[in-house]
Design a protein around this ligand. Structure first.
Ligand SMILES: [Fe+2]
Length: 385
C-alpha cells in the first residue's frame, strides 16, 4: 500500500501561461500577498507577473525572504499578510520564498499557532488559496507538502502536511534564464539529490510512481545541467531543468529524502551555506557510505546510466555504482562547485558539532538505506573537510 499526493494544478509554459490560469488566480481573491526576495525585485522579474495580476486586485509584496528563511522572517511575513487582510498568497522565487508563502497561507487560513505545526501531519489546515511560481530549478517546493524554516537556535525545522501543497504551480522556464551559473549548479544538484534519495529511500511509502518520476527527473537533469550552467539562456536546457526539478519534487514529496539532506542541514544552518551547495558537499560521501548496503548499491547501479548515458549498463553493479558516484563527484567539480568544507571557511572542529546536529534530523535519517550513527556522520564531514 502507498499513497501519492501532489499539487492539484500545474501549468508549464512561457510567460503567456499566466493568461491561461486566470480562474485560479481569481481564487486568490482581491488582496494578494506576494512572498518573494529582494534579488528578484531588483531583477524586475516580479513586475510582469504583478502587472498581469494587478488589473482587479490589490497586491502587497513582501520581499524580505533570505536563503534558509528564519522563523523571524516567517512571522514578519505572516504579520504583514494579516494586516493586509490577505485573501490569497502567491509565492514567487526559489524554495525559500515558496516555503514561507506556504506557511503564511497556512497560518492565516487555519489560525494554528506556529509551534503546533512542526513535524509530519501536525498542520491541520485549512489554508488560504496558494499559487507558487518557482524561479529556480531545484527545490521542487512547488509540488511538495514541505516547508523548511531555520529557528532562532539555527536548527532547521520542517512542516510536512498535504495542506501546504499549493492549488497551482506555474512553471515558466523563461523566469530561470537569468539565474547565475553557481546557483543554477547548486540548485540543479539539489534536484538530482531529491531524485536519488527518493529512489533509494527506505520510507514505507516509497512507491513505483516516485521511482518512475526519479528516473525521468535524472534523465532530464543529467542531460541538461551542464548546458544550463554554462549557457544559461539555452531555453531547452532551462526547460529540462525546471521540468526535472518538478518531477524530482513530486518523487520525494511521496518518498522522502534521507541522509544527504540530514547532513546538509547543519552546514546550511550553522554556516549560511545554500541548501543546494550543502547537499552537493556531502552527496558523494554519503553515497559511498550507503553503497555498503547491497540493495542500495543495486539501486545506484540502476540509476547510473540514466545520468551518464555513456555508461555500459551491461557491467556489474559494483562497476556501475562506483562510476555513478565518481561521475557525480566529477560533475560537481566541473560545475565549479566548491567541494571541501575548508574552502567555505568551516573549521575542522565544526565536524563534531555538525555530526551531533545532523542526528536531530530523525525525520530524514529514518529514510536512509544504511543506518547512520553520529560517528559515521562525523567521518563523512571529516572526509569532505
Ligand atoms: Fe533539497
Amino acid at each position: 500500500m502507498f499513497n501519492f499526493y501532489s499539487t492539484a494544478g500545474l501549468i508549464f509554459g512561457n510567460e503567456t501561461s499566466l493568461n491561461s490560469c486566470s480562474q485560479i488566480i481569481d481564487a486568490l481573491g482581491k488582496n494578494i500577498f506576494v512572498v518573494s526576495d529582494r534579488g528578484l525585485t531588483e531583477l524586475g522579474l516580479i513586475e510582469p507577473t504583478i502587472k498581469k495580476l494587478k488589473k482587479n486586485c490589490n497586491i502587497k509584496i513582501f520581499n524580505d525572504v533570505e536563503s534558509d528563511p528564519s522563523k523571524k522572517t516567517l512571522l514578519n511575513a505572516f504579520s504583514d499578510a494579516r494586516e493586509f487582510e490577505s485573501t490569497g498568497v502567491l509565492g514567487f522565487g526559489g524554495g525559500s520564498s515558496m516555503d514561507v508563502a506556504k506557511l503564511v497561507s497556512l497560518l492565516l487560513g487555519s489560525n494554528q499557532q506556529i509551534e503546533t505545526i512542526w513535524g509530519v501531519n501536525n498542520a491541520k489546515g485549512p489554508r488560504l488559496p496558494l499559487v507558487l511560481i518557482p524561479t529556480t530549478a531545484g527545490t521542487g517546493s512547488e509540488v511538495t507538502p514541505i516547508s523548511i524554516i531555520t529557528t532562532d537556535d539555527k536548527e532547521k525545522k520542517g512542516v510536512s502536511s498535504k495542506f501546504i501543497l499549493p492549488d497551482l504551480a506555474i512553471l515558466d522556464p523563461l523566469l530561470t534564464t537569468n539565474l547565475p551559473a553557481n546557483i543554477t549548479a547548486s540548485t540543479g544538484i539539489d534536484a538530482m539529490v531529491h531524485a536519488i534519495e527518493a529512489f533509494t529511500s527506505i520510507n514505507s511509502n516509497n512507491n513505483p510512481v516516485s521511482k518512475m518520476l526519479s528516473i525521468e527527473a535524472l534523465k532530464l537533469l543529467g542531460s541538461s545541467i551542464k548546458t544550463a550552467v554554462f549557457d544559461g539562456h539555452n531555453i531547452n536546457a532551462r526547460s529540462n531543468m525546471l521540468l526535472g526539478s518538478m518531477l524530482a519534487g513530486k518523487a520525494f514529496a511521496n518518498s522522502p529524502v534521507a541522509a544527504v539532506h540530514a547532513l546538509a542541514y547543519p552546514i546550511g544552518g550553522l554556516f549560511n551555506i545554500s541548501h543546494g551547495l550543502s547537499n552537493s558537499l556531502v552527496l558523494t560521501s554519503v553515497m559511498k557510505f550507503n553503497s555498503k548496503n547491497e540493495e542500495t548499491k543495486k539501486n545506484y547501479a540502476h540509476l547510473a546510466p540514466y545520468v551518464f548515458k555513456n555508461l555500459d549498463n551491461s557491467k556489474n553493479d559494483e562497476f556501475l555504482c562506483n562510476n555513478f558516484i565518481d561521475g557525480l563527484e566529477r560533475l560537481c567539480k566541473e560545475l565549479n562547485l566548491p567541494y571541501r568544507l575548508r574552502d567555505l571557511e568551516i573549521p575542522e572542529e565544526a565536524c563534531k558539532l555538525m555530526a551531533s546536529e545532523a542526528m536531530k534530523q530523525t525525520r530524514l535519517l529514518v529514510n536512509n538505506p544504511q543506518k547512520i550513527e553520529e560517528s559515521d556522520a562525523y567521518n563523512i564531514y571529516k572526509s569532505v573537510w
